[in-house]
Design a protein around this ligand. Structure first.
Ligand SMILES: NC(=O)c1ccc[n+]([C@@H]2O[C@H](COP(=O)([O-])OP(=O)(O)OC[C@H]3O[C@@H](n4cnc5c(N)ncnc54)[C@H](OP(=O)(O)O)[C@@H]3O)[C@@H](O)[C@H]2O)c1
Length: 250
């Protein structure tokens, strides 16, 4: 199996895309650390992986808190002895569609601290381990909106754009250490977050503007994430892959 002996941390793996990514690593032989705030859900997914012969560790983690992230990585090393793969999938999900000028500065913290700083916290904490190993794969989840613009989700789009840019820079810095860093930009994927943010009518009008006129499935994103995390992608770094049914042109 592709991930035999590999240890993968997947943030935001209690639901949606992160759940699909974590279960896919488990199916393909990886040791999976499931991280999010909802421990009950993480435990359920971990049991599923363990019962089917895989190895999984659920760790309650708020990625906006560096102490939580440090504890998560310590638990990973204690349980599995190394960390090969980090999928930065968790993001601030209490979103509502609003023009930027109607938001208040005190509302920006959630997005900045979770989506942007949470991703930085996780990278910063795993990198020393990956550098010591001389091996690592980081996959950051952004959004296709980085390429098209994120109308009424401008702060979310800005944080994801920062992650896309950070991905390219970090990729160059990490080449000497055997660490590859890429990003995946999902379009509209059927998850709880999408249902919460967009109503049915808005989704229909968005879908009419893209090539493949249906919502994506979390599994379809997971397949690209796993490819980038695998040794098949050994010559791919600093890239930003769209998985969006043709929503964005790149
Ligand atoms: N669905 C789409 O159409 C779409 C499109 C573009 C990009 N994306 C991106 O895809 C990723 C996954 O989104 P999704 O659609 O699968 O949404 P989702 O089902 O709501 O999943 C979000 C995950 O993030 C976790 N999370 C939120 N805040 C956290 C925190 N502070 N610390 C740790 N975990 C936290 C949530 O778990 P807890 O609440 O248990 O902590 C949950 O597991 C996100 O980065 C999102 O921006 C999604």
């Amino acid at each position: 199996m592709r991930f035999n002996g590999r240890v993968a941390i997947v943030t935001g793996s209690s639901t949606g895309i992160g759940e699909a990514v974590a279960l896919a690593f488990g199916r393909e032989g990886g040791c999976v650390v499931l991280a999010a705030r909802s421990l009950d859900k993480l435990r359920t997914h971990a049991e599923r992986i363990n019962e089917s012969g895989g190895k999984a560790l659920p760790v309650k983690t708020d990625i906006s808190r560096i102490s939580d992230v440090e504890e998560m990585v310590t638990a990973t090393i204690r349980e599995f002895g190394r960390v090969d793969i980090l999928v930065n999938n968790a993001a601030y999900t209490e979103l509502s569609l609003r023009p930027f000028h109607e938001t208040k500065p005190e509302e920006w913290e959630g997005e900045i601290n979770t989506t942007l700083k949470g991703t930085l916290n996780c990278c910063w904490t795993v990198l020393p381990h990956m550098m010591k190993q001389g091996y690592g794969r980081i996959v950051n989840i952004t959004t296709a909106g980085v390429k098209t613009g994120s109308q009424y989700l401008s702060l979310y789009g800005a944080c994801k754009a920062a992650i896309a840019q950070f991905t390219k820079s970090l990729a160059m810095e990490m080449v000497p250490y055997g660490i590859l860093v890429n990003a995946v930009a999902p379009g509209m994927v059927k998850t709880g977050a999408l249902d919460r943010v967009f109503g049915e009518d808005l989704l229909k009008s968005h879908l009419a503007t893209q090539g493949v006129a249906r919502l994506g499935d979390p599994e379809e994103v997971a397949r690209v994430v796993l490819f980038l995390a695998s040794d098949e992608a050994s010559y791919v770094t600093g890239q930003h892959w769209s998985v969006c049914g043709g929503l964005s042109p790149q």
